[in-house]
Ligand binder design. Structure first.
Ligand code: ADP
Ligand code: DP6
Ligand code: CO
Length: 326
């Protein structure tokens, strides 16, 4: 009744930004991501007859009641699937900053889904696992796979056609993602609340939905052709449009800090000097810069010159989930 799994985070190139069903985590738009090798979560789940409640330890500390409650609600779904109501102990280590826009919810819930379903004796396909992970955090549905991954929004109300699929394998396009840390503080508006407020109130939301559909078509063409310029221009523009929706919300909010903009400006000036780098930003102030291996050094050097940059993590495209020995 015990299993351990590792899942990597992913960075969305076409963002998931909004739910049409909050209980089932059904998104309003399809999204596309790259799994990253550098950031991951290791989670061990043990179901135990003797436990009277669920326990959740994150980074060797007992998590808050609120966080434990989130894990319990997720485990309830796994228990219902397996028809087994035992409580569990969950031990998780994030090799990624938690709730700071580095997608800890993606690696966290993908690892938890894999470990919990295995520990309880379910033998799921990757597609089914993607659907289970989705019920913890939408972006986790994509972290089941390595490489380039599309999460299809699906049409059905029960979510049966809503899962992620691999688009291109890890080894089929060698790119770098420089994850630029300007702060590791937790965000004030969690992704979940931020996207809900946007769906409910942003005057720009219809424009986002139209753009996300179009950008998806263009980005997939760019991937098929390995057209890095089209790829970069599309992913950067998509991130900007997602962030624009937050400014049109009520009350309005933004995830960027002044340091975020300093990094964005540096990337723009790199391009003016002929170095092809593009940025994307999730729900947080940190920036991810995408470039080709031949431009990696120049890009890192330019980013290192910015005084507000704390650290730069060099990532490559990473693998999908795997089970570890316990
Ligand atoms: P992030 O940018 O890190 O994904 P989110 O706001 O999307 O930030 O999600 C943060 C939430 O993800 C945390 O509050 C917690 O509920 C969940 N989370 C983070 N790490 C883990 C983990 N290892 N296991 C389970 N849940 C996790
Ligand atoms: C901006 O998957 O963290 O990073 O489904 O509510 O847990 P919940 O939200 P989450 O949202 C991620 C939003 C994003 C874009 C993306 O990863 O696609
Ligand atoms: Co998240």
């Amino acid at each position: 009744m015990r299993a351990k799994a590792r899942a990597h985070t992913n960075i969305a190139l076409i963002k998931y930004w909004g739910k049409r069903d909050e209980q089932l985590f059904l998104p309003t738009n399809s999204s596309l991501s790259m799994t990253l090798d550098h950031f991951y979560t290791d989670t061990t789940v043990t179901f135990d007859n003797d436990l009277k409640q669920d326990y959740f330890n994150l980074n060797n500390e007992q998590a808050s009641e609120e966080e434990t409650e989130k894990i319990s609600r997720f485990l309830d779904k796994v228990r219902d699937l397996a028809n087994d109501q035992r409580f569990a102990r969950v031990d998780s280590i994030n090799h990624v900053p938690t709730a700071a826009g580095f997608a800890s919810s993606a690696s966290g819930f993908a690892a938890l889904a894999a470990a919990a379903t295995k520990a309880i004796g379910l033998d799921l396909t990757k597609r089914e696992l993607s659907q289970v992970a989705r019920l913890g955090s939408g972006s986790a549905s994509r972290s089941i796979y390595g490489g380039f991954v599309e999460w299809q929004k699906g049409e059905r109300e029960d979510g049966s056609d809503c899962y992620a699929l691999p688009v291109l394998e890890q080894e089929d396009w060698d790119l770098n993602v420089l994850s630029v840390e300007v702060t590791t503080q937790s965000k004030k508006v969690l992704s979940r609340e931020g996207m809900k407020r946007t769906v409910d109130t942003s005057i720009f939301y219809d424009g986002w939905l139209k753009a996300a559909r179009e950008d998806m078509v263009t980005l997939k063409q760019a991937i098929t052709k390995r057209d890095f310029t089209l790829f970069g221009e599309t992913l950067e523009a998509n991130a900007l449009k997602m962030h624009a929706t937050t400014l049109g919300a009520n009350p309005p909010f933004m995830y960027w800090q002044s340091a975020t903009m300093r990094v964005m400006e540096a990337v723009q000036s790199l391009r003016e000097q002929g170095v092809e780098a593009y940025y994307t930003i999730d729900a947080g102030p940190n920036v991810k810069v995408v470039c080709q291996p031949q431009d990696k050094e120049k890009t890192i050097n330019a980013l290192n010159e910015i005084d507000v940059v704390n650290q730069i993590y060099t990532c490559q495209i990473g693998p999908g989930i795997r089970y570890l020995d316990v």
